[in-house]
Design a protein around this ligand. Structure first.
Ligand code: PLP
Length: 360
């Protein structure tokens, strides 16, 4: 049976990347050592992390005035680290678009000396759309505006960024980094957990504009962007193996044609599924058409028993992890960069079969 893994994260990795990692597992480039066993201070490892950064800079077209950090603690730690470094004694603005934005808001509220203002929210309609943000809503004295570019659970995404004047946009890009056409220069800070589009869990990418680095030291050096920049992400032992896999993923993406090609393929994959949902007499999308995500696609029948049956039958047929998040129910297909188009086509065929068997 062919298995397609629709997990929202940790998610599928490109097969060629896993094969290369397998080939190099015991003996990395003639060293007779695994990458896992290399000292992070060795020249072999130094090359890996430097190449990873160079490749990420190339595929994301990251301008020179931005730093790239390979940290730990997940995107969740960034919920606290960003306000701690950028906003003590200041106000920060948030757009509340769903479960992940809510967590970021709650964490910022817990940072002493940070004032949090939620300027727009889609909670009134169960986070099924991205609220409008007018330039007048942006207090020009705010340290930043935080957005979640893609809500992994709700399945909505920013297509266009708000106009914010001189206030930088800070983005949690965990579930659509490298899969969209965002431009780094439109953001002050981008952060993302690696476990969806980049590599194994345990690695967090932070991209930060130089002028936003904190002037004052943060009480804990590990939480201090300036310390991390000065130590080139090696203040302590970094997530060495995850960074190595990330490097292979960046290489794979570059060889595939880069981020623009990835975006094209992702749009194609998403269209196949959305076309099916739109034409279906049984399945529906719970989110607004204009804001729907191309990486996390929720769908429902409107009958929770039928949703359950679909999930059970899909799981048995090899469509793994297609159950919606426990907080929202229904189904969710996460189709990140490494997810093959054949998997989406197979899912659509399965949905058609299910309709025939269960439709009225
Ligand atoms: N933000 C978004 C949009 C996510 O999808 C996730 C995880 O799924 C997180 C943050 C939390 O990431 P982490 O588990 O790396 O802390």
């Amino acid at each position: 049976m062919t298995v397609y893994n629709f997990s929202a994260g940790p998610a599928i990795l490109p097969k060629p990347v896993l094969e290369q990692a397998q080939n190099e597992l015991l003996n990395y480039r003639g060293s007779e050592m695994s990458v896992m066993e290399l000292s992070h201070r060795s020249s072999l490892y130094d090359n890996i992390i430097k190449e990873a950064e160079a490749l990420l800079r190339e595929v994301m077209e990251i301008p020179d005035n931005y730093h790239v950090l390979f940290l730990q603690g997940g995107a969740s730690l960034q919920f606290s680290m960003v306000p701690l470094n950028l906003a003590v004694g200041k106000k920060v603005l948030f757009v509340n678009t769903g479960a992940w934005a809510k967590k970021a808001i709650a964490a910022a509220k817990n940072v002493a000396g940070v004032e949090v203002e939620v300027i727009a929210s889609s909670e009134d309609k169960n986070f099924s759309y991205i609220p409008e943000i007018n330039p007048e809503m942006i207090d020009q004295d705010a340290a930043y505006l935080h957005i979640t570019t893609n809500e992994t659970i709700g399945g909505i995404a920013f297509k266009e960024l708000p106009t914010t004047g001189k206030v930088p946009i800070v983005a949690d890009m965990s579930s659509n980094i490298l899969s969209n056409d965002y431009k780094v220069e439109d953001f002050g800070v981008i952060y993302a957990g690696a476990q969806k589009n980049i590599g194994p869990a345990g690695l967090t990418i932070v991209i930060i504009r130089d002028d936003l680095l904190n002037a004052e030291p943060v009480f804990a050096p590990m939480l201090d962007y300036r310390v991390q920049v000065e130590n080139e992400s090696m203040y302590n032992t970094p997530a060495t193996y995850s960074i190595y896999i990330a490097k292979l993923v960046f290489e794979w993406l570059k060889n595939l044609g880069g981020q623009a090609e990835m975006y094209r393929l992702n749009q194609l994959k998403a269209k196949i599924l959305y076309d099916k949902i739109e034409a279906s007499p049984l399945f529906k999308s719970p989110v607004s058409k204009e804001n729907r995500s191309i990486t996390n696609i929720p769908f429902i029948t409107g009958d929770s028993d039928l949703d359950k049956l679909f999930c059970i039958q899909a799981e048995a047929a090899g469509f793994k992890n297609i159950k919606g998040h426990r907080s929202v129910g229904g189904m969710r297909a996460s189709i990140y960069n490494a997810f093959p188009i054949e998997g989406v086509e197979a899912l659509v065929d399965f949905m058609t079969q299910f309709e025939l068997e269960n439709g009225n």
